[in-house]
Design a protein around this ligand. Structure first.
Ligand code: HEC
Length: 210
């Protein structure tokens, strides 16, 4: 709670930094944002998601029961318990081609890294590696995020590309903001090879040896 704000509580760290983008993320949306398996692995062995922050997420060494309690709490806030569902990615032949075109047109990579951080990239202009999205993020959340990032994470540097959603300033896909956002989302879900938290190692149960 000292670092994060959740349901309007905590977040003292925010008072120490003038710029809200330098504070750890708001956790109220976490349950609708990330995949529970990813969150479990992240809490067991955190990795760097936001290289521009000066604070690091600690490893708490909690066991499965308290970790599951924390994950259930996150999921209860947006009422997302048991979000097991299939996400049908539209294949490259259809909408991922316009998705790629929009991804390049909107210069998502100006901030988002796909792999090594370029040497000339200022840390203040960095955004999470989008190769993580397929393992980390809930597909529906990505759509909500692109529609209105400031609504989800007040003060974020992520631009609002569709201020008049569902109208769009871009001609692709009939200038339909909804189809454009879904096409970009489906395209970025084809990225692979991003960093992922260590998966918990197997518990070895010793066999009786007599
Ligand atoms: C001006 C910089 C900037 C640009 C350009 C930008 N983003 Fe972002 N984006 C950010 C930042 C900063 C965050 C992280 C916010 C946070 O701390 O949670 C982010 C977060 C995201 C996330 C969530 C990632 C995660 O793992 O938490 C997605 C998905 C995303 N952006 C997609 C896009 C797409 C698609 C585009 C292009 C259409 C784009 N962004 C363009 C700055 C940018």
């Amino acid at each position: 709670m000292a670092c994060h704000t959740i349901e309007g509580n905590g977040g003292d760290y925010q008072k120490l930094v003038a710029d809200p983008t330098l504070a750890p993320p708001l956790l109220t949306p976490e349950g609708s944002k990330v995949q529970p398996d990813w969150l479990y692995a992240f809490l067991r062995g955190p990795i760097t998601i936001r290289p521009w922050l000066n604070v690091r997420m600690p490893t708490f060494g909690l066991g499965d029961a308290p970790l599951n309690d924390v994950i259930h709490y996150f999921e209860a806030i947006p009422n997302q318990i048991a979000p097991f569902r299939t996400h049908e990615v539209i294949r490259a032949s259809s909408e991922t081609a316009p998705g790629k075109e929009l991804f390049e047109l909107l210069r998502c990579q100006q901030c988002h890294v796909l792999g090594a951080v370029p040497k000339d990239q200022p840390a203040a202009n960095l955004a999470p590696d989008l190769r993580m999205a397929v393992d980390r993020l809930q597909p529906d959340w990505i759509v909500e995020w692109m529609k209105a990032p400031l609504k989800i994470q007040p003060g974020t540097r992520m631009p609002q590309f569709w201020p008049n959603y569902p109208k769009s300033d871009f001609p692709q896909l009939g200038a339909d903001g909804d189809r454009q956002i879904r096409a970009i989302r489906d395209y970025l879900l084809t990225f692979r090879g991003g960093p992922s938290p260590r998966r918990p190692s197997e518990t070895v149960i010793a066999a009786a040896s007599n």
